[in-house]
Design a protein around this ligand. Structure first.
Ligand code: ADP
Length: 453
């Protein structure tokens, strides 16, 4: 069943049930009020007749007294203490056969007799012979029956008329609610068919849940489109970057086959180039894998960590491998809630760049601030030109001169560093004076900050 039909059916049925229950309530309240009025009137008559009986004597005919208080469409009956009927006065023939049934200790009864409600009130009175007898006043409630019938007709009529706007509004409600969903489905199937990222048009006043849903859907589509374009760009950049070393390898391999077997110098040059390019390719593929894994939300293990110790652990093997001066200064211990392993990875990228693009001393400092620690990696190398600064975190970006220099870079290091910093909730800031050196600062919060990927 369609959602529209469900909404329509449910709201109509609900309103019908509410209306019916209200009408049933009105009917019973009215019925009770009508019976109460009739009861009070008959009770009044009964009290009057009781008073009159006390004044009756041998000279006054009991029939004359009863006649004065006879209820319309009713009867008066008198029973002695044994329950034997002493007298009866009936106004209508149909009532003759009616015998009221009283509930225990009740002084009245309301029963249906031949489809008409009949009210009976019983009262003890002193009979002409001084005996206590039971006087029953019976009245057919024909007017009440008529009024209840008219009321039933009115209520049914009102319900039927009220159902017309209810049905119309429930159809409209179904349409209003399902319209954006239908549009969403149409847009989704259109996107699926054409392979594009279609969006839903949101009305300017669309601030309700439906408008929010459409906005969320559009945001999702936009994000998917951006991600898709980024991936496409990434794949095309990656294949372009991998093509360069492969072309070098291919051309040196050809040279080797043509002239390498006769000429040792050519062979050595070719094998050296092939080896160098293979190492570069391997490094690039490893970095590409790391970037891809970062995208799948790498797991970060946050714990109380001494940042000073982590920097020292990163520096030691670098000092040994490159025989360069790597200095470390600053607060010790520097405790923060972070992932030590990922922090070391990030530091390694920055320190390795500092090493690659400078020949002098490399200094690392730690300063404490209220919210965290600032790690600065300082080198006194060539620096980065000002116009290149905004691009250095882009994938495969390398400053022009470094492309030709044999520093062995891939242009992926800082892109990975940025993703690692995001995961750690850290911020990176670069300051560089071209020709003087570069300082890259990492701001690490003391407490973990949850970041959105
Ligand atoms: P690469 O593998 O080329 O080093 P990165 O993403 O790590 O790739 O860096 C991008 C570019 O930014 C580098 O190619 C280099 O031109 C420049 N760069 C990064 N760090 C430094 C630095 N400390 N000094 C000078 N230039 C740098």
């Amino acid at each position: 069943m369609k959602l529209k039909t469900k909404i329509h059916l449910f709201s109509t049925l609900l309103m019908l049930v509410i209306l019916s229950l209200t009408n049933i309530g009105i009917y019973f309240v009215f019925e009770k009020m009508a019976y109460d009025t009739e009861y009070n009137q008959l009770q009044l008559r009964s009290n009057e007749i009781t008073k009159s009986f006390s004044k009756v004597n041998e000279k006054i005919d009991i029939g004359t007294v009863v006649g004065a208080y006879m209820p319309p469409n009713g009867a008066i009956r008198v029973y002695d203490a044994t329950g034997k009927e002493i007298r009866k006065f009936d106004t209508v023939g149909t009532i003759k056969k009616y015998k009221p049934q009283f509930e225990k200790n009740a002084n009245f009864s309301i029963e249906k007799f031949e489809g008409i409600p009949v009210l009976t009130i019983r009262t003890p009175v002193i009979w002409t012979n001084g005996e206590v007898v039971e006087l029953q006043m019976i009245q057919q409630l024909i007017d009440v029956k008529e009024s209840l019938r008219t009321l039933t007709l009115i209520l049914v009529g009102v319900t039927a008329i009220a159902m017309i706007p209810i049905i119309i509004s429930s159809i409209a409600l179904g349409r209003i609610l399902t319209h954006p969903i239908v549009k969403l489905i149409e847009t989704m199937s259109q996107s699926r068919k054409t392979g594009t990222y279609e969006k839903i048009s949101i009305p300017s006043n669309g601030k309700d849940e439906m408008g929010q849903m459409a906005k969320t859907f559009n945001d999702l589509m936009e994000k998917l489109e951006t991600n898709y374009n980024q991936q496409e760009q990434f794949v095309s950049n990656a294949s372009h970057e991998l093509r360069t070393p492969l072309t070098v390898i291919e051309s040196y391999a050809r040279l080797l086959t043509r002239r390498g077997f006769d000429n040792r110098d050519v062979a050595e040059e070719a094998v050296g180039a092939i080896l160098g390019e293979s190492v570069r390719m391997k490094e690039m593929i490893e970095q590409l894998l790391q970037l891809a894994r970062n995208h799948e939300q790498m797991k970060y293990d946050f714990a109380e960590t001494d940042i000073y110790e982590q920097i020292e652990k990163t520096l030691q093997p670098m000092r040994q491998a490159y025989s360069r001066d790597f200095l470390l200064e600053g607060v010790r211990p520097a405790i923060a809630n972070t992932d030590g392993k990922k922090l070391r990875q990030l530091l390694f990228i920055l320190l390795d760049n500092a090493r690659k693009y400078s020949d002098d001393l490399i200094k690392t400092t730690i300063e404490e601030s209220v919210e965290g620690f600032i790690i600065s990696v300082i080198d006194y190398g060539n620096g980065i030109p000002e116009d290149a600064l905004p691009n250095i975190f882009n994938r495969f970006y390398r400053v022009e001169e470094d492309r030709s220099r044999k520093t062995g870079g891939t242009g992926l290091g800082l892109a990975i560093a940025k993703e690692l910093a995001n995961g750690l909730g850290a911020r990176l800031k670069v300051e560089s004076i071209y020709g003087m050196g570069t300082t890259i600062r990492i701001f690490i919060p003391k407490e973990r900050i949850l970041t959105e990927f």
